[in-house]
Design a protein. Sequence first.
Lengths: 441, 441
Amino acid sequence: MTQPPLEPEDRPRLSADELAALLDTLPPEELISELETLHPEDAAELLSRLPADVVHELKPGQKLLDVVEEFADDDAADVIARLNEDTQEFLLEELTEGETVEQLMAYDPKTAGGLMTTDIVTVRSGTNAGQAIEQIRKHAGEDGKSIFQVYVVDESNRLKGVLPLGRLVPLAPDKPVDAVMDEPEAVAAPNEDQELVARTMARYNVTAMPVVNDKGLLLGEITFDDVIDVVEAEQTEDLLKFGGMEALDTPYTQIQLGKMIQKRAGWLLILFISEMFTATAMGRFEGEIQRAVVLALFIPLIISSGGNSGSQATSLIIRAMALGEVTLKDWWRVAVRELPSGVTLGLILGAVGFLRISIWQAVGWYDYGPYHWRVAFAVGASLVGVVTFGGLAGSMLPFVLKRFGFDPASASAPFVATLVDVTGIIIYFSVASVVLSGTVL
Amino acid sequence: MTQPPLEPEDRPRLSADELAALLDTLPPEELISELETLHPEDAAELLSRLPADVVHELKPGQKLLDVVEEFADDDAADVIARLNEDTQEFLLEELTEGETVEQLMAYDPKTAGGLMTTDIVTVRSGTNAGQAIEQIRKHAGEDGKSIFQVYVVDESNRLKGVLPLGRLVPLAPDKPVDAVMDEPEAVAAPNEDQELVARTMARYNVTAMPVVNDKGLLLGEITFDDVIDVVEAEQTEDLLKFGGMEALDTPYTQIQLGKMIQKRAGWLLILFISEMFTATAMGRFEGEIQRAVVLALFIPLIISSGGNSGSQATSLIIRAMALGEVTLKDWWRVAVRELPSGVTLGLILGAVGFLRISIWQAVGWYDYGPYHWRVAFAVGASLVGVVTFGGLAGSMLPFVLKRFGFDPASASAPFVATLVDVTGIIIYFSVASVVLSGTVL
C-alpha cells in the first residue's frame, strides 16, 4: 500500500533555511516538478524569490497551472505579473479564479490593492451569529485557518463593520452581528501605499484590514503576513539605498553578476563625478599645498570626519521621517538641534586632533615644521567647522529631497560624504590661510 | 444627563500621527491624567515612547495603577521594567496580575519570553469543539478580539496542538479538537532572540506562535502585533548603526540634546582616531607630495571611491545576512563574486578618471604638468585597485565581525570608509611611485 499524496494545504511548511537551501541548489529546469511537492505558500515564496530572467522563461503548461491553482489569489497575481506574456495569458485563461486574479493585477503591486486578497467572508447586516458561523463553514469547508474576521456589509456591499472571530465565537446563535461588530477603524484605500498600510496595521494591532474604495464598497482584505513581507522588503530597500546603491529585485545569492554590477555602477558613477569637484577645489589650493605640504596630510582626516557626522545625522532623519516622527515642516526644529550638536561634536574631535599633532610633535614622532602650533590649531578649528557643516548638511538633505518630491531615503551615506568632502576642503584651506597667514602661506 | 465614561477597551484608538502629536505637546507632568483617557494599547505605546528619564520619575499612585491595570500582561511587564524601584514594587504588589507580570519581567525583553503574553486559551486534549467554544466564552466574556487560536495541551500542560479559530468555528460541537488541530510547527523557546521569532512567524504566516520550554510545557504566546514592533525597532537600529552611531532608545524628537550627542560622540571618536592613520600614511609619502603636488589633488577622489564601493558591498551583505540568505560559511562564495564586480566597477571609474584628467589637460582647464599622461594613468590604475579593495573589504567585514561574535550590522558605512581610506592612500602612492618613477618621483 502506498501513502496517498498529501493535499497541498497539508504539506509541511519549509523553514526559512530550508527555503534558502532549495533556492541555492535547485537548477531552474527542475523547478516546476519541485514546486508541485511544496505547500502552496512555499511554492509562491520560492517563485517570488527566483531571478527575474528565470521566472520570465517559464512556459505555459498544465504543471505550472496546477501549482498556481493552489495559490491564494493575491499570491497568484504577484507571481503571474512576473511571467512572460504567453504564460500570463494561458494562466489567466485557465485558472478557476482567472478573472479575479486579472482584476488584482490591475493594481500597482506596491499599493493596498496589490496586496489584498478577495477571498474573504462577508455577511449581510442583520445576520445573526449562527448564520455568520454557517457562512464561515460554507466558505471554508473544513479549513478556515486563514479566516480571522468576518465583514458585515449592506445590500450594496458597503462595509458596515468588522467582527473578529474571537468575538463571534462566544455569541449566542440568535445574537445579531450588528450589535457586537466593531466600527471599521483601520481601513485602506486601494491605491494607498503599502508602507502606510503596514504602519496602520501595526498601530491598530489588526490581523487583517479591509480595503474599501471611495464609494465605501468592500473590495478585499490585507492580512498581516503580507504586511510583514512589505516591512522586510522596505527595510532591505532602505538599507541598500543608504549604502549608496539601487535596491536589488533578487536576493544577493541569486542575482547575476552583470545585473548586480549594473545596480551598483549607476550610483558609484554619480558619486564619482560629484567627487571630482574635490580635485577642482584642491586645484585652487595647489599653491598653498606646495608651500605647506604638511597641510595635505590632514585632508582625509578632516573631510572624512565631516562625512561621518553627516552620515549619522542623515540616518537619524531618514528613520525619524519613515516612522512619522518628523515631517517636512519640522526642518527648522531639526536644524536648531543639529547646530549645537555639530559644534559640540566638532569641539570634541577638534580637541583630539589638536592634541594628536601636538603630542606627535612633542614626542618627536613627526616633525610638522616650525609652525606646528598653528598647523595643530588650523586642523582643530577646521574640524569644528567641518563636523558642524556635516551634521547640518546631513540632516537637511532628506528634507530637501522630500521637498522636491524625491525619496528622502535616497540621501545615502556616500552621497552625504561626497557633498561634505568638497565643502570640507574649502573650509580647511580657508581656515589654514587665516591661521598660517604671514608664516608659510 | 451626562454620558457614562467609555470602557477602556472601547475608547477610540489614536492614529500614528495623533500619538506623535500627543508626544510632542504633552508636558510630562500632565501625562498620567492623559493616559487615563486613552485606549490601554495607546497608553502603553505612549509610555514606551517617553524618554527614559521622564518614565523613571513616575511616582507610585492609584492613577498609574488604574492605567497599568488595563494593560495586557506583556505590555505591563515592558512598562514596569522602565520605572524606578519604588514604583515597580508598588505596582507589582497592587496589580491583580502582579505575580504573572513579575514572572514575565524575569525574561530578557529582547527574547520570546520577553515578548509573550500568558493570557491565552488552552483546552485539554480530548475536549470537543463545543467545549472549546465554551472555554473561549468563559475566558473572553463578550470580548475575545485578541484570541486567534486555542492551544491543546495534555494533563501536564505539554503542548499537543494548535487550533486556529477559523478552523474551530465550522466544526460540529461533538467533534474532538485533536482530530482537527495542527501540529505545532512554528514554536519559540523562551530565550529565543526576537529577530528569529519575527522571521519564523513571517515564514509560517502565523498570527500567534506558542512559547514552549525545553520540557515541552506551554508558557504563553507571541502575537503578530508585537512582532511588527520588533521588526520596526530592529530596522531603526540597523539603519542608525549603518549610519555610524549607537541606536537611540527614545525618538529623535524626544531625546535630550546631551543624550543624543553622547550616542553620536562614541563612534565618531573611534572613527576619528582610526582615520588618524591616514595622516600617518600620508606622512610616509610627504616627499612624494612635495615633488609632485599634483598627486595630492586626487587623494579625496580616490579614497572616497573605495569607501563608496565598500559601503555598497557592506549594505548588501548585512542585509543578506539579516534575511538568512548568506551565512558565515558563504564568505568564500561572496569573495569570489566581489572580486570580479570590484574589478569591473574599478575599470569603469578608472576610465572616467583617466578621461577627466586628459580632457581637462587637453582643453587647457588645468595644467597637470609635463607628465600628465602618467598622472592620469596612475589615477586610473589606482582607482581599479582601490575600488576592488573597497568591495572586498566591505563585503568581508560583516563576516569578520560575525566570526568574532560581534553584530555584523556594526559594519557601518563610515567604518568601512575609514578602513579603506588608509589602504587607498597606500595603494595610490605605491602605484604612482611605479608609474612616475624616473620622472618627478
